[in-house]
Write a protein that binds this ligand. Structure first.
Ligand code: ADP
Length: 380
């Protein structure tokens, strides 16, 4: 089945056309700098036809989607003859709140709820809405499916998702832990079970998605029972530019001492902290490692903190699940930074040795997971 997967950002549209029968993408593209004087298009199909960084005029998401579809049908660069061969479009949507516990076909009600949840994910849900509306405009009859980053974590028990705040705020403002990167955690958990040749429903896994954003999930018998990100993707591990767990009192202390506004605090915690904030070098682990190797003490410290927090989380999930069958690494750092993996694994020596826990590295493939989710919604 041909499924078009769209990941729509505020000024970019990434897309991949999948043949789910073969688990592979047959064309993909990215349109960036939408709305600026010159947008930029890169595209390739599996026959090797590609376009590199061509400047194009794309003023909004609708014209971006139109360009993407036209290319798929193009005589020279295209890959299909008729858009009706594409059975559905699957969209990555970051926040599904409490309502969306699995992927759903988008209708007017669903679209409205995704819009309403923009309050919970102001940077992420609005671009997804734009992507959905753009497809509706360009291909009015196309079935669209929303796949949520939060959905995999809906199985978390109440005691894992309620904060220690007055309960009324949970009811009033939906203030609770949601968790993110769910599509990636789910994908690598499924792949881990295949590698271990055991049913997922029997396994206790900890999946570590370590990219620019980092999160870690306890997957017990195929279900997320706890994860490190919370109400927003700021909670949990140390990340490229995000601080992760923090004593909340620091926020009002800093507001007083540095006379910072709410927006400035937001920027400080989300964009100036983490590996970048501690090392002063970069948010990119490759750069931080290089600096550490050259003797930069702050870079060394940033790496130590990064690793230490992961070890603490794995230890706590081990305790919660009373064991661990496999520790799974994925995303940029998880897949490529063998030194970081070694530090983590050696810090967990006792846990890993005593339990014959396997350590797996599994490249994530969120787009393929979205295509498969979309297909399974259609089949239902
Ligand atoms: P994002 O969250 O933006 O998708 P990625 O999963 O691409 O992030 O991960 C980015 C992080 O992975 C950076 O810290 C980068 O240094 C690190 N990394 C290490 N090796 C590689 C590699 N070969 N390719 C991409 N990222 C890598």
């Amino acid at each position: 089945m041909l499924i078009l997967v769209i990941n729509s950002g505020s000024s970019s549209v990434k897309y991949k056309l999948f043949d789910t029968g073969q688990d592979k993408s047959i064309a993909n593209g990215i349109i960036e700098r939408i709305g600026q004087k010159q947008a930029e298009l890169s595209y390739q199909n599996y026959k090797g036809k590609s376009i590199c960084n061509r400047e194009v005029q794309v003023y909004d998401h609708k014209s971006a989607i139109k360009l993407a579809i036209d290319l798929l049908l193009d005589k020279e660069y295209g890959i299909i003859e008729d858009i009706n061969y594409v059975r559905a479009v699957g969209h990555r949507v970051v926040h599904g709140g409490e309502k969306f516990i699995s992927s759903v076909v988008v209708d007017d009600n669903v679209l409205k709820t995704i819009k309403d949840y923009s309050e919970l994910a102001p940077l992420h849900n609005p671009p997804a809405v734009k992507g959905i509306e753009a497809v509706k405009h360009v291909l009015p009859d196309m079935v669209q499916v929303a796949v949520f980053d939060t959905a995999f974590h809906h199985t978390m028990p109440e005691h894992a998702y309620i904060y220690g705040l007055p309960y009324e705020y949970y009811k009033k403002y939906n203030l609770r832990r949601y968790g993110f990167h769910g599509t990636s955690h789910k994908y690598v958990a499924i792949e881990a079970a295949k590698k271990l040749e055991r049913p997922l429903s029997e396994l206790r896994l900890v999946t570590c998605h370590l990219g620019n954003g980092c999160s870690i999930t306890a997957v017990n018998c195929g279900k997320s029972i706890d994860t490190s990100m919370g109400f927003t993707p700021l909670e949990g591990l140390l990340m490229g530019t995000r601080c992760g767990d923090l004593d909340p009192a620091i926020i009002y202390y800093l507001i007083k001492k540095e006379k910072l506004s709410v927006n400035q605090i937001d920027e400080l915690l989300n964009k100036k902290s983490g590996l970048l904030g501690i090392s002063g070098v970069s948010n990119d682990m490759r750069e931080v490692e290089k600096a550490a190797e050259e003797g930069n003490n702050k870079a060394k410290l940033a790496i130590k903190i990064f690793v230490y927090k992961i070890i603490k989380y794995v230890g706590s999930y081990y305790a919660v699940m009373q064991g661990l069958d496999a520790l799974v690494f994925t995303a940029g750092i998880g897949e490529h930074e063998s030194k970081i993996r070694e530090y983590i694994v050696s810090g967990l020596k006792n846990i890993l040795d005593n339990n014959k826990t396997k350590v797996l590295v599994i490249p994530t493939n969120e787009e393929l997971m979205i295509a498969k989710e979309t297909e399974s919604v259609l089949k239902k």
